[in-house]
Write a protein that binds this ligand. Sequence first.
Ligand code: ZN
Length: 352
Amino acid sequence: MNSNSLLNFVPRFKPFGEWAEWMLTSIGPWDRTEAGRSSENKPIYLYRAGHGPRILLGWAQMHGNEPTATNALLALFQEELPKEAQEKCTFYFIPLLNPDGADRFTRENASGLDINRDARECATPEAQILIKLLERIKPDLCLNLHDQRVTFRHKNTSIPATFSILSPRNHPTDLDNSFREISKIWSGFLVDKISAIHPAGCTSFSDEFYPSAFGELIQEKYAPIVLIETGAFSTDYNRTYQARVLSTVLHALLVQFSEIPAEEYLRRYTDLEPAETGLVDLLLLSEKSGTGVALSLFENTEGIYYEIMEVGDVADCPAITTIYCEEILKGNLLAVGQKVTQWSALGVFGSV
Ligand SMILES: [Zn+2]
């Protein structure tokens, strides 16, 4: 195996200019306006389709290094929408809420602020745009679309949590509020649609209460909201599969959105197992000694790299890919946190 093949993946990062070009190409039944501008004056596009009274609002890439749902939405905008859905509903989507973060491939915006911790203070222009839009269009449901790290997995397995769903809390101890009830039913609807395509199904995402997050604020004051996290799947680093599944599921939601789904869907959500952490992308393991190195993929604007997550006794570490090799143990100095882009840095030659 040659040394370059260690990182033979399609990057997720694209400079904002490339996203913008894609967003400006043809868009089927959707019209596109600017919802506002980022701190660095980049356009934040708002797409709209339909003209009915039922209102849906979704946004993606609030975190600039989480582009899977942006890809899903741009695919969705190429699809036909039934006339009936367009007559009964109006759909709004912001496919890229944090263009400055996207340009840097960072979670935060240009000022280093996490937009999803700015819901109440609204110190960022991006959070202000979202709040103003919420107040103007008064949605019946919101969708907050994110990517999650590879570490999340189905309980007691090495199956990645490819889709995690959350109906966020509306209060630290839960208010008796109809927004959350409706959001749980829609969450169950989404679980049902995802599981019909993706056999491993969904996990629930942690419902720890973050008072400054948009999910919590919206669920308390504005509308039912569902958070969808797309995670790892097999060795598809670029998450092409996840974007395709998400796009199909969102299309099903749009088609059904004129009616509140049956209450039976609630169980589909409340029955979900929470995701566990600890999954890595790659395990290099000595079968003889049970020792080795656990690595996960990361990316910045320069490229993709592995980072060492664990060294030593890693035989029980859940991994997407395990490669058995012995050479790695021949006296290399490997440390947690170390970045690796070459097999040779791991002392792995020939045998993998
Ligand atoms: Zn996120």
